[in-house]
Design a protein around this ligand. Structure first.
Ligand code: URA
Ligand code: SF4
Length: 215
C-alpha cells in the first residue's frame, strides 16, 4: 500500500549517475512529508570520486538553513575527528540518510526529531542513487539511522561498531562500517566521557580510511 503522505522518493530520482543532477532534482522531492516544513533540501558534499562515503542521519537546524550537510556543531566535531584520523575532510563524500530536516517547534526553537523508519524508507532512493553514482570502497554509517538505511535492517551501534563488514550485494565490493554519530558525543553529559568517545570515533574512522586506500 502506498502511503499518500510518503509515496517515496523514487519518482523524483532521475536516471543518472551524476551527483550534481541528483542534487538538483532532490530540490523538488515530495517523497514524504518532511519537505513541507523544512527550509530546503540538503543533499551531499564532497567529490563524487571519493572512495570513502560518510552517511549521517538528517540535516540539523543549521544545515537546513544553509543547504549544506554537516555545517553545524555535529559537523564541526566530525571534521575534528576526521582530521584526527588523518583524513582530509575535502576528500570524503558526505551525505545523510534523510535529506530534509525533521523537527518539532517549541516556541521559536526547532528541536531535532529523529526520522522514523517511514522517512528513511521514503528517502532511500536518493541514497541508493548516490551509492551507485559514487561507488565508494567504504561506507561509514554515522549512527543507527544511517546503518538502518544502508544495511536495510535495524542495527545496534554499540555492539556492531568499528568492524568492517561486507556491504549488501548491490553495493559490492563496498564494505560498511558502523560508528557513533558525532551528535551522540555532544549529548554526553559528563565531559570525562567525551574524550574516550571521541577517541573511539577517531579509531573507527581510521579503520575506514585504511580500508578505503587503494591497495
Ligand atoms: N547531523 C547529521 O546527521 N547530518 C548533518 O548533516 C548534520 C548533523
Ligand atoms: Fe524527499 Fe527525502 Fe525530503 Fe522526504 S526527506 S521529501 S523523501 S528528499
Amino acid at each position: 500500500m502506498v502511503d499518500e503522505e510518503r509515496p517515496g522518493a523514487q519518482r523524483w530520482v532521475p536516471d543518472t549517475t551524476a551527483v550534481s543532477a541528483l542534487a538538483e532534482a532532490a530540490a523538488s522531492c515530495h517523497g514524504c512529508e518532511l519537505y513541507r516544513d523544512a527550509t530546503q533540501v540538503v543533499f551531499s558534499a564532497g567529490p563524487q570520486e571519493s572512495p570513502l562515503m560518510l552517511v549521517g542521519e538528517q540535516p540539523g537546524d543549521q544545515e537546513d538553513q544553509r543547504g549544506r550537510p554537516f555545517v553545524g556543531p555535529a559537523g564541526r566535531l566530525l571534521a575534528e575527528a576526521l582530521t584526527a584520523a588523518a583524513i582530509d575532510t575535502k576528500t570524503v563524500y558526505l551525505t545523510n540518510a534523510v535529506k530534509h530536516f525533521r523537527f518539532e517547534r517549541r516556541g521559536k526553537a526547532r528541536i531535532h526529531k529523529t526520522p522514523d523508519v517511514g522517512n528513511i524508507t521514503a528517502c532511500l532512493p536518493w541514497l541508493e542513487a548516490e551509492l551507485q553514482a559514487v561507488r565508494p570502497a567504504v561506507v561509514v554509517c554515522l549512527g543507527a539511522t544511517a546503518g538502518r538505511a544502508v544495511l536495510g535492517r535495524p542495527v545496534r551501534i554499540g555492539a556492531e561498531r568499528g568492524a568492517l563488514m561486507p556491504g549488501p550485494e548491490r553495493l559490492a565490493p563496498a564494505q560498511v562500517l558502523l560508528t557513533t554519530h558525532p551528535s551522540a558525543l555532544l549529548r554526553l553529559r559528563d565531559p570525562a566521557d567525551r574524550e574516550p568517545a571521541f577517541g573511539q570515533l577517531v579509531a573507527d574512522l581510521a579503520v575506514a580510511r585504511d580500508a578505503a586506500k587503494p591497495a
